[in-house]
Write a protein that binds this ligand. Sequence first.
Ligand SMILES: O=C(O)CCC(=O)C(=O)O
Length: 267
Amino acid sequence: MTQGTWNVALLQMDIAIGEPERNYAKLEEMLNEAVTNEVKPDVIVIPEMWNTGYALDRIQELADPAGERTRALLSGFSREHGVNVVGGSIAEKRECGVFNTIYAFDREGNEAGDYSKIHLFRLMDEEKFLQSGDKLGRLELDGVPAGMMICYDIRFPELSRKLALGGAQVLFVPAEWPNPRLHHWRTLLMARAIENQMFVISCNRVGISGTTEFFGHSMVIDPWGEVLAEGDESERIVRATIDLGLVKDVRRRIPIFEDRRPSLYAE
Ligand SMILES: O=C(O)CCC(=O)C(=O)O
């Protein structure tokens, strides 16, 4: 990191449904590609449910017990390469069920935060097979306060606002967002960035799973709503450099956090 900037790398990967071994191998390949680029990333982001895809009918047997395999891999990688990793999300098995969980690691390989998806997506039957998390996704990377949400969560502006009010300047959004709702995906991400005057860094998968197609379009959006980088529909690494100082500038320019009237509309 040069002063106040981050190079981010989004691993816009295809995911083999129900085949964790293939997915771990693919992820390692892409992680290595991400750090061998001439521009070294400060933060790497991975898509949602990258270890299993939506193999929900076999999720009990496929999910990573306590996330141990994933945590060992990502923590080791972060430490070895001195890079922050927001580890997408994985199907994570606990005693009380399977969760859709992000683990994030700092440059020393320490766990910087975790978040289990709180809004389960009925259109994909998540609520029938997964448990929902019950806490917000807050973390700090290189001293920068940030938040984590997963996919469907971006439809709930209250959640990103709460993270922003808690100090988040960057919002990470791993996703498996399918066709044909590209318009929703782009608009909601831009809205979350503009209304909260924060960076939104989203990583969506590509490829086809059964009858569902995923369009990628991973995006890096600045606090003014400008799209700094956007993927196409192919498997690739999407890169961008962000100037973290912009959050302060935009919040000074239009001081929405000073102008809020929560007594009139906060629940
Ligand atoms: O809200 C949407 O349209 C997509 C959400 C989704 O695919 C998910 O949360 O996995």
